[in-house]
Write a protein that binds this ligand. Structure first.
Ligand code: IPM
Ligand code: MG
Length: 375
């Protein structure tokens, strides 16, 4: 592996994106040396940074760079308060993030939620409910369902002379058998490498999509007799996450449900700033083209102040090394270094508690330094 060049497109984006990306690259450079890798990182603008630099949330040159790279290390995009005159189709969320997901066929989104034992205080649940530890992998379908289904539009359905205008908004939830099958296989395969339990989330009591989802997942499960499958309605799933999160190992969700439940699950890990994610396309061998990003968003309120937690971005680098390059040892080295930095008491504001005697509050840069030093 050491002779190959790892070609990485680094798109930091908006808000805290650039400062957490800087720490992630710092850590990646240390790993590069330690594991004798050759890493080529090319940075390019995306999001509002893309609009500012080239008039588009996903500039052509940035897209071209992504196509020429092995994978994309992404920061975050979207600043809700910026320029309301820019139409929604051109705003970063749709024009950059959703576009990249679709363009690269990134149908499998993996969001690991793990609460380190030192951060039990940052979890909103009682110690009792945390049990022996929360360790959940949300597998979210990312290129189908309501996010992309057609028709998708807002139209006027009546009005005219003297009458108030009545509008109608339509989003379409649509899934095909192959779309459900391929994400189910990803979920079963990852469950196999974990505690071998898969909870498939749906709304089969109301939605046609839920019935098909449940049928297809059940059929796929016959190929994985060693994985225990259970089905759960999404409303109950949301409740169970709060009541007894330790019952979950892998949660398989369609796009919209996965969006919602992954944020809910993330809260259990103490902070959104702790959560990395991988969005993967079709597998070739043990590799997949991947897109790696923190789950937390741009956090404009703390941007540029050295306050953001860089851990989610740094752990995204670990996921990248594992899923796009098969470099399991290098990935583990990053994960262990993050654990060591936390164990040593380093805390950004989001995971700090004054009640901890051996912890100290650090900034984005200092947290990156501590992790880099622990590699
Ligand atoms: C996420 C985000 C995105 C989504 C937004 C920013 C479009 O919430 O990655 O979970 O809804 O998928
Ligand atoms: Mg979301």
């Amino acid at each position: 592996m050491s002779s190959t060049v790892l070609k990485i497109a680094a798109l930091a984006g908006d808000g805290i994106g650039p400062e957490v990306m800087r720490e992630a690259i710092k850590v990646l450079r240390v790993v590069e040396k330690k594991f004798a890798l050759t890493v080529k990182i090319t940075e390019a603008p995306v999001g509002w940074a893309g609009i500012d630099a080239a008039g588009k949330a996903l500039p052509d040159a940035t897209l071209q760079l992504c196509k020429e790279s092995d994978c994309i290390l992404f920061g975050s995009v979207g600043l809700p308060d910026r320029d309301p005159t820019i139409p929604k189709e051109e705003r970063p969320e749709r024009a950059a993030l959703l576009r990249l997901r679709k363009e690269f066929g990134l149908f499998a989104n993996l969001r690991p939620v793990k609460l380190p034992k030192e951060l039990a205080h940052a979890c909103p649940l009682s110690k009792e409910r945390q049990g022996d530890g929360i360790d959940i992998l949300v597998v979210r379908e990312l290129t189908g369902g309501m996010y992309f289904g057609q028709p998708k539009k807002t139209e006027e359905i009546s009005g005219g002379s003297g009458k108030a205008k009545i509008m109608r908004a339509i989003d379409t939830m649509v899934y095909t058998t192959p779309e459900i099958e391929r994400i189910a296989h990803v979920a079963f395969r990852t469950a196999r490498l974990r505690r071998k339990k898969l909870t498939s989330i749906d709304k089969a009591n109301v939605l046609e999509n839920g019935v098909l989802w449940r049928d297809v997942v059940t059929t796929v499960s016959r190929e994985y007799p060693d994985v225990a499958l259970e089905h759960m309605f999404v409303d109950n799933g949301a409740m169970q996450l709060m009541l007894r999160p330790t019952q979950f190992d892998v949660m398989l969700c369609e796009n919209m449900f996965g969006d919602i439940l992954s944020d809910e699950a993330a809260a259990l890990a103490g902070s959104l700033g702790m959560l990395p994610s991988a969005s993967l396309g079709a597998q070739s061998g043990d590799r997949a083209f991947g897109f790696y990003e923190p789950a937390g968003g741009t956090a404009p309120d703390i941007a540029g102040k050295n306050l953001a937690n860089p851990i989610a971005q740094i752990l995204s680098v670990a996921l990248m090394l594992r899923h796009s390059f098969g470099l399991n040892d290098a990935a583990a080295a990053i994960e262990n270094a993050v654990s060591a930095a936390i164990a040593a008491g380093n805390r950004t504001g989001d995971i700090f508690s004054a009640s901890e005697t051996n912890a100290r509050k650090v900034g984005t840069r200092e947290m990156g330094d501590a992790i880099a030093a622990a590699i």
